[in-house]
Design a protein around this ligand. Structure first.
Ligand code: HAM
Length: 413
């Protein structure tokens, strides 16, 4: 039998990369706490209904990308493709609390897409949802929090692309307006966009096919069909961002692929990424969960893409946050037994300690110390046991000295 492998588009995350993840996560938790966001951990599996209408019946995620199946009990369930809908399902059952909750989540999401650089079938998002009725200032606050996260992660230059979808009352006028503008060009649109004319006309705006792109450039911006109040809302978002000194660019062609958005939407892109250049996406939304209507604003950051965008220097620094490794090496079985107790003692004092427990030779133990990148090697044999000492070698400079056992901790510090 061949050795099993992880599924296509799904990866193991392991050292030294996993240390970078941990640094990103702990720095993120610090920033989020300053904005009084609390963590929520929702299940990975949800009833399919949680996603169907909230994300939009014609969204790519719902039509093509969900890992959905029937349980043995006959329930239609789905691995979460994103985090917002599950959090809304959670909040819909929490009454009053849902009106101003500030929640974040960190974890895997699943989309059956064709894997490529920056696009995985299992990927990880840091997502936040700040609840509250439509408020331009809240939208700006959440965008600013995202900028603070990127700063804490020492991400290089990123670009905040901002747009508005207008209010729900504007939607029919926008869709009709766009359709009327596009109909004369119908035959020149790609096959996908010809279908989108009927059921998803907004998505024509961000089609990547060159012919469609050219047509789209000639269209009036969607603000053309918005009420003055919607435009005033967007102006206030921009003024609030200016006040907070968060740089952004207005991108009139940004639409986002999920149906729940209204008013402010944004995406953050990085030139350090290739074709999949969106580090994150977010916006204001209104979502119906059963009888409950939920208003909020939030974003999801693709953590794999953040890792791709980090500089090598930053990654090296983030990976090193773990403590130096201390390796105990024994010359004989008696020393091994003594080291076994010493290891427990050093660990209790907070050191990261490892030793061989399988009776390897000194030479093999030293080799392992090198392989594990140990900063310190503590050697003990007949002589050290008799004198109640240990030979401590600093591997970073290759120097060693014999010290009384009681002083080992001081030397390591
Ligand atoms: P989204 O734009 O679908 O939004 O995903 C957010 C981010 O997740 C993307 O910008 C990207 O970085 C990352 N991402 C998406 N798909 C993949 C993939 N297949 N592989 C790797 N990374 C990926 C949402 O999910 C919304 N729930 C965000 C939100 C929260 N809006 C309001 N609140």
């Amino acid at each position: 039998m061949t050795t099993p492998q992880a599924l296509q588009g799904m990866s193991d995350i392991f050292s030294p990369e996993v240390e970078i993840w941990q640094t990103l996560e702990s720095r993120a938790r610090e920033v989020l706490a300053r904005y009084d966001f609390r963590e929520v951990r929702t299940p990975i599996l949800e009833e399919v209904g949680v996603y169907l209408h909230s994300l939009g019946d014609t969204s790519e995620i719902v039509t093509k990308q969900m890992y959905a199946f029937e349980t043995r009990g006959g329930k239609q369930v789905c691995m979460r493709p994103e985090g917002t809908a599950g959090v809304m399902r959670h909040l819909a059952g929490r009454g009053q609390e849902a009106q101003d909750a500030r929640l974040y989540y960190l974890g895997p999401m699943f989309r059956a897409e064709r894997p490529q650089a920056g696009r995985r079938r299992q990927f990880h998002q840091l997502g936040v949802e700040g609840m509250g009725p439509a408020s331009p200032e809240q939208d700006a606050e959440i965008i600013a929090m995202q900028a603070a996260l990127f700063e804490a992660w020492e991400l290089g230059p990123v670009s905040f692309q901002l747009n508005t979808r207008g209010a729900p009352e504007d939607f029919p006028r926008i869709l009709d307006g766009l359709r009327n503008e596009l109909l004369p060009h119908q035959d020149s649109l790609c096959g996908d966009c010809q279908r989108r004319l009927d059921n998803n006309v907004l998505r024509v705006l961000d089609c990547k096919v060159p012919g469609c792109k050219e047509i789209v450039q000639s269209l009036p911006p969607i603000t053309t069909w918005m009420a003055p109040e919607s435009i005033a809302y967007f102006d206030r978002v921009r003024a609030a961002l200016d006040a907070l000194k968060v740089p952004y660019e207005v991108n009139p062609l940004l639409v986002r692929g999920l149906d729940y958005y209204q008013h402010t939407i944004w995406e953050v892109t990085s030139t350090a990424l290739g074709a999949q250049d969106a580090l994150s996406g977010g916006g204001r939304y209104r979502m119906a969960m059963g009888k409950t209507e939920l208003d909020g604003v939030g974003f999801g950051i693709g953590m794999e893409r953040v890792l791709l965008a980090l500089s090598e220097d930053t990654k090296t620094a983030f990976a090193k946050d773990a403590k130096d490794l201390v390796m105990l090496v024994a010359q004989n079985d008696e020393a091994r037994g003594a080291n076994f107790v010493l290891a427990a003692d050093l660990r209790a004092a907070g050191f990261r300690v490892r030793m061989d427990l399988t009776g390897k030779s000194m030479k093999a133990q030293m080799k392992a110390a090198g392989r594990q990148n140990a900063r310190w090697v503590i050697l003990r044999g007949e002589n050290e046991l008799a004198q109640n000492t240990a030979t401590v070698r600093d591997m970073s400079v290759g120097e060693q000295s014999e010290v009384p056992l009681g002083q080992v901790k001081d030397v390591l510090k």
